[in-house]
Design a protein around this ligand. Structure first.
Ligand code: EPU
Length: 425
């Protein structure tokens, strides 16, 4: 296993280019299963998650070529059964279910379990498929969905934490090939859902309202091939903004879409971080001393749960008390105990983390527990005095393209090393 060795205290300076969005690319890749014609997807980030999804598509029978950020996928003939082990390993792979059901009227995937960031149920995905007329059976660790016919219908997909991103994506994909009109109420409004709808429309689907809580899908008989460029990764963008602020540096970000990040930019501004548009670039630097702020994660256009951990790392440096409330994934606080190893003072109270910020951080060995927690530890390590070793960075490699290389270009002293695990009692 690999680790990052970070010598902290260097302000990041320079320009960084943002990659394509992981969470937009994954469902778009799955959507290529809806057509027997070839598709070309550009600006696909080269990550273990996208490579994994490519393997799943190949295991279903699609021809897949991935070169220089461009994916050529041709799902001429496909099967209904995706390899159990492959699907089980990545939760995002649940979004092959909608396309399989749409095209073949049959899908069989392994039941995804819980994960480190909290319960990850799929009841809303299944509710949507059932509303379209699918019979769902769960047995032996598998979910089987079959339908003689899929029939469009109005449905409500809101859950206990609001909308569901992949649930909306899954049902939208299945409904493209249903008979009649489907209306999804309480649909997820995330930019990744909008990007998927754009790709599906390029394939010949008839979808309107994506980006709002009501999405209307008029079923069509067939979909054809298309080309598409994936939107920039808003979470990677936010991560670099926060890293710039945490190290008191000055970073220009290119290839980003700031309109997808209004809530993050708003909170950073409140915390005394300046984010300015300069032509196609975003310039990020501190305005003065960091200020504590309260943050609550919400579905889009609220503050994203995928930036909560990184923002917490930043707020450990802001004098005063910041209250961070997690409303999407209840257990997404695994980074708290690791940030404490670097000297952060954080207490968890129910769904909130109370950050008493302003104490200097100092380097220590820490363990990454999930993708965004890893990013938070890297940010904290960059800001800390001394050396920080972030272990288990395979989590980070799932979702950040060449993060260490990009940080080195900004002047960070960060190295990828073979992990020397220090046992902890
Ligand atoms: N939920 C249900 N029932 C469902 C589905 C979801 O109750 O059937 C609940 C979840 O438990 C959670 C909330 O609804 O409380 C939102 O979950 P959502 O379904 O929106 O999450 P997801 O679609 O499985 C995607 C991203 C996550 C991101 C969330 C929230 C991908 C591949 N994953 O997951 O990304 O945190 O939306 O924005 O798109 C990450 O990139 O690090 C990551 C975890």
């Amino acid at each position: 296993m690999e680790s990052f060795l970070i010598k902290g205290g260097v302000p990041l300076r320079g320009t960084v280019e943002i990659s394509g969005s992981k969470n937009a690319a994954l469902p778009i890749m799955a959507a290529t299963l809806l057509t027997s014609e070839p598709c070309v997807i550009r600006r696909v980030p080269d990550l273990s998650d996208t490579r994994f999804m490519a393997q799943i598509l190949a295991s279903l029978g699609a021809e897949v070529k991935f070169e220089n950020g461009t994916l050529n996928i041709h799902a001429r003939k496909i099967g209904t059964y995706a390899d159990y082990e492959l699907v089980r390993k990545m939760r995002g792979s649940i979004c092959i279910m909608g396309p399989l059901l749409g095209r073949l009227r049959q899908a069989r995937v392994s039941l995804p379990g819980g994960c480190i960031i909290g319960a990850r149920p799929i009841n809303l995905h299944l509710k949507g498929f059932a509303a379209l007329g699918a019979k769902i059976q769960i047995a032996g660790g598998y979910i089987d969905a079959t339908a003689k016919k899929l029939i469009g219908t109005p449905m409500f997909l809101g859950g206990r934490a609001g909308s569901t991103v992949l649930g909306t994506a899954n049902v939208m994909m299945a409904a493209t090939l249903a008979d009649g009109v489907t209306v999804i109420e309480s649909a997820a409004c995330e930019p990744e859902v909008v990007d998927l709808a754009k790709f599906l429309n390029a394939l010949g689907a008839k979808i309107s309202g994506a980006g709002s809580p009501t999405i209307t899908i008029t079923g069509v008989k067939n979909l054809h091939g298309a080309e598409h460029e994936v939107i920039p990764d808003r979470i990677e963008t936010a991560t670099f903004m926060i890293a710039a602020a945490a190290t008191n540096g000055e970073v220009a970000i290119t290839g980003a879409q700031p309109d997808h990040l209004r809530a993050v930019i708003d909170k950073l501004t409140e915390a005394q971080v300046s984010v300015q548009r300069r032509g196609a670039k975003l310039l990020v630097r501190r305005k003065g001393r960091l200020k504590s702020v309260d943050v609550t994660t919400l579905p889009h256009s609220g503050f994203p749960t995928d930036v909560q951990a990184q923002m917490m790392a930043l707020l450990t440096l802001a004098p005063g008390i910041s209250i961070i409330t997690e409303r999407i994934f209840e257990a997404r606080f695994m980074h708290v105990s690791e940030l404490a190893r670097l000297g952060a003072d954080i207490e968890i109270e129910g769904p909130s983390a109370i950050v008493k910020g302003g104490r200097p951080l100092s380097g220590a060995p820490v363990m990454a527990s999930d993708l965004r927690a890893s990013a938070a530890l890297v940010i904290a390590g960059l800001a800390a005095k001394g050396t920080t070793q972030v272990n288990r960075i395979y989590h980070l490699d799932r979702g950040y393209e060449r993060m260490d290389e990009k940080l080195r270009k900004l002047g960070a002293r960060i190295q990828r090393i073979e992990e020397k695990v220090q046992e902890r009692g």
